[in-house]
Structures are given as C-alpha cells and as structure tokens.
Write a protein that binds this ligand. Structure first.
Ligand SMILES: [Zn+2]
Length: 391
C-alpha cells in the first residue's frame, strides 16, 4: 500500500506566518467538535463526487466534475500526496489511485493526518453508511465522544412502542441517561431541516406534546419529526437536563430552506432557554450573525466547519470573518466531515493554514503578539471545546 505524507500546511505562504505560530499550528492536536464517521463501503466515482457536494441531492451532471470546485482543488492539492501522488495530480489520476484502496485503508492513511486528539461524533445521519464512533477511534487511534440527535431520539421512542401519552416522560428519562453517560457529551437539533427557525420557541405543555406525539406516531414508518411543538419540547428538555445543544445553522443540502436558518431567528429561543452551552454549527453564510450572537449571549458558541472544506482556498476569508465579532472564547474548531476521510483531513489542514495566514497578518501588522496569536489558536482548537463539553 502506498503511504504518502501530508505536505507542509504553510507551503507557498511561509512568508505570511511567523515561525513560532507556524510551528504551533502544525503541531496543535485539535478537538473536532462536530464530525461524522467515514464511509464503510467502497464508492464508485459518481458516488464519491456526489459526496463532495453538500447542496445538491442529485447525481453530478455529465457536463461537469465535482473535482472542478474549490473543494476538488483542495483534495487534489492536500490529499493526493497522502496517496503517494504529486500535489495537484489530475482528478483522473487521483481517482485511479484512490480506487485501489479499500475504505479502511483510506481511513487509516488519512485520519491520522488530521492531527485530531478527539472526535465529537454526530451519529444521527445515514448511520448505516458510516462508521460508528468506536470504529472511528480504531481507525484513527484517538478517542471519540458522542452527540445525541434530539429528533432521532423522539422518532426512535415512538417507533419502538412508546405510547404518545408516555412520550414526554420517556423522552426525559432518555435525556437523564444521556446526561449520566460518560460517552454522550451533548445533543443536537436539526430543526433547520425540519421546521426552520421561525417557529414558536416557547416551552410547550405536556398535553400539547402528547397531542403532537400522537399525530407523529400515526404516520408511516420511518417517522420524520417535523412538529415545531415537539422540536421546542426536545430543545427545552435537553437544556433542562444540562446538556449542551448543537444547532445546525445555515449551509446544508437543499432540503432545508436556507433563508429560514438565519440564526437571528433563534433570538426568541436564546432569550428564554435555560442557559446551557449552545453550539451554532457551520453557520455559513450567516457566520457573521453567529459571531454577533456569540458575543451577545454568554452561552452561545459557534463554528464555521463544513464551509471551510467547501470554500477550499477561500476558507482563509471565512476564517478571517469568523474572527470579527465573537470573543475568541466562543468559537470552536470542527470539520463536519461526513463520508470520505479526505474531508476529515482537509478541515484540519485548511483551518490550520487559514488561521496561520490570518493571525500571521495580525502579528506582522503589530495588532497582536505572536503569543496572543498562539493563545487564540489554542482556545479555538482545544480549550473552548473542553470547557463547553467537559471533555
Ligand atoms: Zn454535520
């Protein structure tokens, strides 16, 4: 099996990044606070190209290749050497080499190159296609923690025979178990996909919850929770149990109404929620709103994961904008990688490179010391996640 090497993440921009900051950014082991598993089965090229497009749910059309995108260029630049190829090997050469390797070989080659010290894994999406957290740990050699999806939990309870009358208490006891588990460190809501954020976020009464649970349970299986009442219930209950809450914000596939996922629409929720840590995920193109909310609410934090990968070389601009408003104690690193292990590596490489270029510019202009820049890196890379999740 060919074993390649990660290129220096500051290749071509050495002059922009002071050497102490560069060394620190090369070495710092990241907590990836929002990530999924890697594919368990081999892919054909069409499936691979579809898996490096977030927005579309259709096959890649014949007139184009998804390699011809910012993410595609970044894969050729940074991942080709990991497969023993030259940086920027052609898409065809990349695919030919990649296709020689099985999913486990690819994961073992790429995951360690991400330089991550802990994965905080969302298991709620297409769980049958991707590795469970234990397997991600085996393949990468670093520990994993788990995030519990609130909508999935409610659907599971009603699909496995919990009566609608018992649903509120059953949901609460499942959250109690999660809160006591050493493996589960938080929850997540995908209300962005199910209702949008412009809903009534007041805490519903149990009688209303039971009525909506009854409606949902009568639907054909698999159930798809899309009731604003049940979502508000789930989020308030998670907070009442002291569990951190991740919220998918912005960028996702076209099933969501992107214009209804501006985090400003969460103000009515944030004003009345028990103040557990709230993690606004991805946020692009609303990352400036997210930064404002992180400044305005002590319990609100955010990341720009997923978009870093999809912006590729332009992720430097995104990382710069994410450093505009929010206190540095309120931003976290994530890749939001799902499927191809290229995404687990690239999130890390592009973030390190962008942080070096942006903060390096601040240091060179005299706006902060190199020591300040290193502290900012540590907060976003590690410290904030450790504080928020208690890991
Ligand atoms: Zn995700």
């Amino acid at each position: 099996m060919p074993v390649g090497e990660l290129q220096d993440v500051f290749g071509g921009v050495e002059a922009e990044v002071p050497s102490g900051l560069a060394d620190h950014l090369r070495d710092v082991a990241l907590v990836d606070h929002h990530v999924h598993g890697v594919f368990t089965a081999p892919l054909d090229r069409a499936d691979f190209e579809a898996s490096i497009n977030e927005g579309s749910t259709d096959p890649v059309p014949a007139f184009m290749s998804q390699f011809d995108s910012p993410l595609g260029l970044s894969i050729r630049r940074w991942c080709a050497p990991l497969l023993g190829l030259d940086a920027l090997a052609s898409a065809d050469d990349y695919w030919a080499r990649r296709a020689e390797l099985g999913p486990d070989d690819l994961a073992k080659l790429m995951l360690p190159a991400a330089g991550v010290s802990r994965w905080i894994v969302d298991t709620g999406f297409k769980g049958d296609l991707i590795t469970v957290p234990e397997r991600l740990t085996e393949l990468s050699g670093v520990p994993s923690s788990e995030i519990l999806r609130l909508e999935r939990l409610a659907e599971d309870l009603l699909e496995t025979g919990t009566s609608p009358d018992d649903f509120p208490d059953a949901f609460r006891s499942a959250l109690r178990v999660a809160a006591d588990s050493p493996d589960v460190v938080g929850t997540k809501t995908i209300s962005a996909y199910r209702t949008g954020f412009d809903i009534d976020w007041s805490r519903p009464r149990d009688t209303d919850v039971v009525a909506h649970a009854r409606e949902l349970a009568a639907q054909p299986h698999p159930l798809r929770l899309a009731s604003p009442v049940l979502i508000a219930f789930a989020v308030h209950e998670a907070a009442a149990h002291g569990l951190p809450i991740q919220v998918h914000v912005g960028f996702g596939d076209r099933d969501l109404d992107l214009h209804r996922t501006d985090p400003m629409l969460l103000l009515p929720l944030l004003r009345r929620l028990t103040p557990v840590p709230v993690l606004l995920l991805h946020c692009y193109p609303f990352h400036r709103q997210a930064g404002y909310l992180a400044q305005s609410f002590d319990n609100v934090n955010f990341d720009v994961g997923l978009a870093i990968n999809y912006l590729g070389v332009r992720s430097t601009g995104l990382v710069a904008e994410a450093l505009e408003t929010a206190p540095f104690a309120k931003q976290l690193y994530s890749s939001d990688a799902f499927g191809p292990p290229e995404l687990h590596v690239l999130g890390s490489v592009l973030w390190r490179r962008s942080m070096g270029r942006v903060l390096g510019g601040w240091v060179r202009a005299g706006d902060c010391t190199e020591q300040d820049a290193i502290r900012i890196v540590d907060m976003i890379a590690v410290d904030n996640a450790e504080r928020v999740y208690g890991v």
